[in-house]
Design a protein around this ligand. Structure first.
Ligand code: AMP
Ligand code: GLY
Length: 417
């Protein structure tokens, strides 16, 4: 089977590693890829998505797998272009990817299908936003389009609200678009992933990511500083409630609205006192949750995704380890405000019994790995219980070092101990 994975980060490195371990013969390609990914998958040397489609047609590609969301929402949409050209695609068409691409679309979808979520109002100006807020804080403001993870502000007071309203409507930092004023929910957050093909879905291992830069969940928001995943993360009763109240109505809603969803669907949930509620949908796997979840998945991911892309979900092709997985991110100096490239990474060869997934790395002229971005790599370890996965992941992550490296020592510990 010849598979192209689209993306370049740690999530794609983890997906490609799992595809490479699938039992059948697979030939793997990646666009745009990275130096680390190129050790497992050949880089497709094209300029853009149109070039990629032409290349896939000319190279008898059996499956296109979407890693990151941007291509799904760009121009006509990666999955739509694949469909027009007869290439099976594991990833949703643009009209369904709007669940991630437009907060307003997602909110209307949830209201239409009675899926629990925070109440929200769409506004078109700062004045209208202030009227809706009516002086009641905290409040949550969400820019309607893709904003590279920066479009959401949880505002405790008027000052922070005014500052964000100025970014959106004054400085137009995210471009043109409306804003959602949303009820502020409280509770622990959890990430649920389902593989979806039409009316069928398979829920993967749940995970929790650690979004803030500092120990104890403090400081600035990041792309994710680590993740913990396990079937035991949530009580069986709670997991059943999430499937019944959120996952199943979402899958039915997507099918009834004829959105043709195929691929991974990510539910960002908040476990509130009034039950689990959806904070956001993403039309892809989470990053860094994917790096923690994939080592727990066994079986034939390649055939699973190909069959799913063709319309038949086959859960019997995959197995899920009952244990725990902990992934610790190493970030470069200055992250998240900035990042630092060119710092040589030492100690990778001494990591034992853990997986290393590269996100922001490159080979330098001497052939050594060096930093090339904010989040540099993830060190992921498994254990039969949480404690052993936590100790192993941190022990192995401590062996990897570079100038200015940042790592949270409470990944997998905080929220449990
Ligand atoms: P998002 O960019 O949609 O992932 O949101 C970023 C973060 O904002 C989430 O992970 C939550 O921590 C927080 N958040 C989003 N919506 C709400 C809400 N309605 N109430 C409280 N916090 C929220
Ligand atoms: N882990 C958060 C995300 O992938 O959006």
């Amino acid at each position: 089977m010849r598979i192209v994975v689209v993306g370049k980060g740690g999530r794609e490195h983890a997906l490609i590693r799992s595809l490479s371990e699938s039992p059948g013969e697979t030939e793997l390609f990646c666009f745009p890829g990275s130096d680390a990914i190129s050790e497992l998958a050949q880089t497709v040397e094209v300029e853009d998505m149109e070039g990629l489609i032409e290349w896939m047609k000319a190279n008898a590609i059996d499956l296109c797998m979407a890693g990151e969301e941007s291509y799904l929402l760009k121009d006509e949409g990666l999955a739509n272009l694949c469909a027009q050209n007869g290439i099976p695609c594991w990833g949703p068409p643009k009209q369904a990817a709007l669940l991630e691409g437009s907060k307003e679309f997602a909110k209307q979808f949830m209201e239409r299908h009675a899926i629990p979520t925070g109440k929200a109002t769409v506004v078109e100006s700062a004045k209208e936003a202030r009227e809706v807020i009516g002086g009641s804080y905290p409040t949550v403001l969400k820019f309607d389009g893709l904003a590279a993870g920066k479009g959401v502000a949880v505002c405790p007071d008027e000052e922070s609200t005014d500052a964000f309203l100025d970014e959106v409507f004054g400085k137009k930092r995210f471009g043109e678009g409306s804003l959602l004023v949303e009820e502020c929910l409280e509770g622990p957050e959890v990430s649920i992933f389902a593989a979806v093909s039409g009316r069928q879905a398979l829920v993967f291992t749940p995970a929790r990511d650690y979004k803030l830069i500092g120990e104890g969940d403090t400081g600035a928001n990041t792309g994710g500083m680590g993740a913990v995943a396990s079937r035991q993360l949530l009580e069986p009763g709670l997991m059943a409630q999430i499937e019944e109240e959120i996952v199943n109505p979402t899958i039915e809603g997507l099918a009834n609205d004829e959105l043709g969803y195929v691929g991974f669907l990510y539910f960002g949930l908040m476990l509130t006192a009034n039950g689990p509620k959806v904070i956001e949908y993403n039309c892809r796997f989470g990053d860094p949750e994917c790096q923690a979840v994939m080592p727990l998945v066994s079986g034939d991911l390649a055939t699973f995704c190909l069959e799913g892309a063709k319309g038949s979900l086959r859960p019997e092709l995959l197995g899920f380890d009952e244990g725990w997985s902990v992934g610790v991110i190493l970030a470069s100096a200055g992250y998240p405000a900035s990042s630092h490239s060119g710092d040589v990474i030492g100690g990778l060869e001494s990591v034992e019994g853990a997986r290393v997934y590269h996100a922001g790395t490159r080979r330098n002229e001497a052939g050594d790995w060096e930093t090339n971005g904010g989040r540099v790599l993830a060190v992921v370890a498994l254990g039969a219980d949480r404690g052993s996965a936590v100790s192993k992941a941190h022990h192995e992550a401590a062996k990897v070092d570079f100038e200015g490296s940042q790592r949270r020592s409470d990944i997998g510990r905080l929220h449990f101990e």
